[in-house]
Design a protein around this ligand. Structure first.
Ligand SMILES: C[S@@+](CC[C@H](N)C(=O)[O-])C[C@H]1O[C@@H](n2cnc3c(N)ncnc32)[C@H](O)[C@@H]1O
Length: 285
């Protein structure tokens, strides 16, 4: 939703902008054009591969990129001598480059090792998480983050298989899911969609990052009258953003209800069907 993002960001010459999920710099390259050489852009990404794409696309001197979660923005901006920013953009979730890279293990279509970490330099992979979790924990992840009706059956099947063979590839996991879900109950989407998404959220502790950002980091880095634009792709993320903007005296919402992708955009990019954009201005204390 690039048009909507730019509309709500209300960019102008000389602004300081933080893109917390810079990815392949699709949004950031437009932001840099709008803020001109007098502006500054700070971009964050947990994924070194995405940061490399961003570096190639954003050679400008007024761009600073950090291999870090946006939750570290307050410390990193302070180290750079920046007290606050005028705009913050978060475009949460996963990029299509990550999804289609078979080595990353995000998509069942791509095949490859069951990794799913945004930050490939640290942390437990999805295969390691499954290997070290019991049936109850796996079922909980699938229920909480994927609202998977057959969470218990899938968790049983994962534990049954891993007692003889390790589950190391996306294909291994997809096989478990297909054999655990009763025939005819899968619906029109690949039955693995929800489970893969749930596991990715757990591997990267994504909701904790969103919560920390919305409740403590964002209010500490955004200047009064500054604007935050947040794009989510999961109902649990949207719930966190909605309650952060509603529940505090410090926000003036710019979107009464979330903005969604148009039918034309959904036709071009089917993943945008679950996108929700919320924007708010930070009030003076
Ligand atoms: C949907 S993509 C962003 C695409 C980007 N807006 C563009 O225009 O190319 C989301 C990006 O956020 C990154 N990401 C996810 N969680 C993050 C976090 N807590 N901190 C920083 N980056 C994160 C992912 O690695 C991914 O590159």
């Amino acid at each position: 939703m690039p048009r909507e993002v730019l509309h709500y960001l209300q960019l102008s010459d000389g602004l300081t902008v933080l893109d917390g999920t810079v990815g392949a710099a699709g949004h950031s390259s437009k932001i840099v054009e709008k803020i001109g050489s007098a502006g500054r852009l700070f971009g964050f990404d947990r994924d070194p591969m995405m940061l490399q794409f961003a570096r190639e696309k954003l050679p400008e001197d007024n761009v600073t990129l950090f291999h870090s979660s946006y939750t570290n923005a307050q410390e990193l901006l302070a180290e750079a001598g920046v007290e606050g920013v005028d705009r913050v953009l978060l475009d949460l979730g996963l990029s299509s480059d990550q999804l289609s890279d078979r080595e990353r293990g995000f998509g069942f279509d791509a095949g490859g090792p069951l990794d799913m970490r945004f930050d490939t330099s640290r942390g437990q992979t999805a295969a390691e998480l499954l290997q070290t979790s019991d049936q109850a924990k796996i079922a909980q992840i699938l229920t909480d983050f994927g609202e998977e009706k057959f969470a218990r059956q899938i968790a049983d099947e994962v534990c049954r298989r891993k007692s003889t063979n390790r589950i190391t590839t996306t294909q291994d996991l997809e096989d478990c899911i297909r054999s655990a879900i009763p025939r005819g109950a899968a619906g029109s989407r690949n039955p693995a969609t929800r489970a893969f998404q749930a596991l990715r959220i757990a591997v990267n502790d994504e909701l904790k990052h969103v919560q920390d950002m919305m409740n403590s980091v964002l209010p500490s880095i955004l200047k009064p009258d500054g604007i935050a634009v947040i794009l989510t792709f999961h109902s649990l993320e949207d719930r966190i953003v909605k309650s952060a903007f509603k529940g505090q005296q410090q926000w003036q919402p710019l979107t009464k209800t979330p903005i969604e992708a148009t039918p034309a955009e959904i036709r071009l990019n089917p993943r945008s069907r679950s996108a929700k954009l919320r924007a708010a201005t930070r009030k003076h204390p």
